[in-house]
Design a protein around this ligand. Structure first.
Ligand code: ZN
Length: 273
């Protein structure tokens, strides 16, 4: 369990490491369908792949906000659940969480909505997500009869009454704005946190490995719309550079915080010290 605390103006933030998913080189290569396997192998040899899950906790104007919930106590990869332990270390309990922003509905982001017994893990939270995200997965899951998709349909249906839809630009709390990052999934969204002239840009899953900064045109196998994901990846990375934004990625090596810099006709990653 690792926790990295920072403040953005008056907004208290913490990056909570849910856990690290172990991946072999073959696992990583298999996820980039339009890339040369040898080129990925070389990228991995230069820098080992990251399987970190970095969740963002925020406290703004008295609201306790969590972006996604990781795996929690739900069945998943080994050694998960760091978010709940991280919150505890900050003196926050799951019952304190008021708002949960669901960036998208992949399993590594939503499985922890319920505890080990299948009960709501965050009983006092309301949820925000985008209509596009809801529509994509409701229709995909309803058309599927795999146990995994049935489970996810049940998981999200279980919170339906506490979900409200947000649009890009909406503020979910003072200084916490929703940003459209469509492509990875059709309603994938991030957050721009701004207070007292300081900013943090949470770009979630616009990419999954640091080598994608150098090769933003490589498709990630789980992107719902590969070409749209490439366009969003490029535009978002360029915005990080143009505005010199402190940036947070969900899957880069913990804490996943740093600066995107321009390198040739692509980008590079400078993690914080
Ligand atoms: Zn993810």
């Amino acid at each position: 369990m690792s926790v990295h605390q920072l403040s953005i103006g008056a907004i208290e933030c913490a990056v909570l490491q849910e856990g690290v998913v172990k991946m072999t080189a073959e696992d990583v290569i298999a996820r980039y369908p339009n890339a040369e396997p040898a080129a990925i192998a070389a990228a991995i040899a230069a820098q080992p792949p990251s399987g970190s899950l970095n969740l963002l906790y925020l406290q703004s104007a008295g609201s306790h906000i969590l972006a996604d919930v990781g795996f929690g106590e739900a069945p998943g990869p080994p050694d998960m659940g760091g978010v709940l332990r991280g919150l505890t270390s900050l003196g926050i309990s799951a019952t304190d969480i008021d708002i949960i922003h669901l960036t998208h509905f992949h399993g590594d982001h939503i499985s922890g909505l319920v505890d080990a017994d299948g009960a709501t893990a965050y009983p006092n939270a309301r949820y925000v997500t985008t209509q596009a995200e809801w529509d994509e997965w409701m229709s995909r899951w309803k058309a599927s009869d795999t146990p995994r998709d049935r489970h996810r349909l049940q998981l999200i249906s279980g919170i339906a009454e506490r979900v409200s839809f947000v649009e890009p630009g909406d503020e979910i709390a003072p200084g916490v704005k929703v940003v459209n990052l469509e492509g990875h999934t059709l309603g994938h969204s991030g957050l721009l946190i701004e207070s007292d002239g300081e900013r943090l840009f949470y770009v979630v899953d616009i990419l999954h490995q640091a080598f994608q900064l150098a090769r933003p045109d490589w498709h990630f196998g789980l992107d719902s719309d590969g070409p749209l994901a490439v366009e969003t990846r490029r535009n978002t990375l360029q915005r990080c550079v143009d505005e010199s934004l402190l940036t947070l990625f969900y899957h880069l090596e913990f804490p996943g915080l740093g600066q995107v810099i321009r390198e040739g006709d692509a980008y590079a990653w400078q993690p914080i010290d």
